[in-house]
Design a binder for this molecule. Structure first.
Ligand code: ZN
Length: 146
C-alpha cells in the first residue's frame, strides 16, 4: 500500500460509515433510481432544482462501500452547480475512472476515485450514482449501469 491507496481507503471508509446527505428529500423536482446488477448496488437520487441549478440533493439506497461513498461525495460536489457544469463534471469523472484523463486538479475530492480504474468491475460502483443523477436531470425515473 502506498500513501495514495491509504488516502483513498480512508476517504471511502469515512463516507461509507457516515454518508453525507443520506436521506429522503421531501421537496424535490427530480428523482431517479439507479441499479448496478453486477454488484447489487442501488442508489436513488433526489434533487431540488431552481431553474437550472441544484439547490438541494440527497440520496438513499444500499450498496458496497464504493457506491455509497461515491453517492455521498457526489451530493457534496454538485450542490449549487448548474446542469451544464454537472454534465461536464460527470464526463471528467468518467474519464478519470476509465483511465482517460490524468488531469485530477479540477475534480477536487472526486479524484480520490482514480483508484478504481485498476478494478474495471468497480468502475460501475463508482459511477452508479452519477448515472442516476444524469437520469434524474433528464427526467427519467430509473437507470442501470448495464
Ligand atoms: Zn458496488
Amino acid at each position: 500500500m502506498n500513501e495514495w491507496d491509504d488516502l483513498y481507503l480512508e476517504v471511502i471508509l469515512d463516507h461509507n460509515k457516515n454518508p453525507r446527505n443520506n436521506h429522503e428529500l421531501e421537496k424535490h423536482t427530480h428523482h431517479a433510481d439507479g441499479h448496478n446488477p453486477l454488484c447489487g448496488d442501488r442508489v436513488s437520487i433526489n434533487i431540488l432544482m431552481d431553474n437550472e441549478t441544484v439547490k438541494e440533493v440527497s440520496f438513499t439506497g444500499s450498496g458496497c462501500a464504493i457506491s455509497t461513498a461515491s453517492a455521498s461525495i457526489l451530493t457534496e460536489t454538485i450542490k449549487n452547480k448548474s446542469k451544464y457544469e454537472i454534465e461536464n463534471l460527470f464526463k471528467d469523472f468518467h474519464d478519470l475512472v476509465t483511465n482517460k484523463n490524468e488531469d485530477k486538479k479540477k475534480l477536487g475530492k472526486l479524484a480520490i476515485f482514480e483508484g478504481v480504474k485498476k478494478y474495471p468491475a468497480r468502475v460501475k460502483c463508482a459511477t452508479l450514482s452519477w448515472h442516476a443523477l444524469m437520469a434524474a436531470l433528464e427526467g427519467e425515473k430509473e437507470t442501470t449501469t448495464e
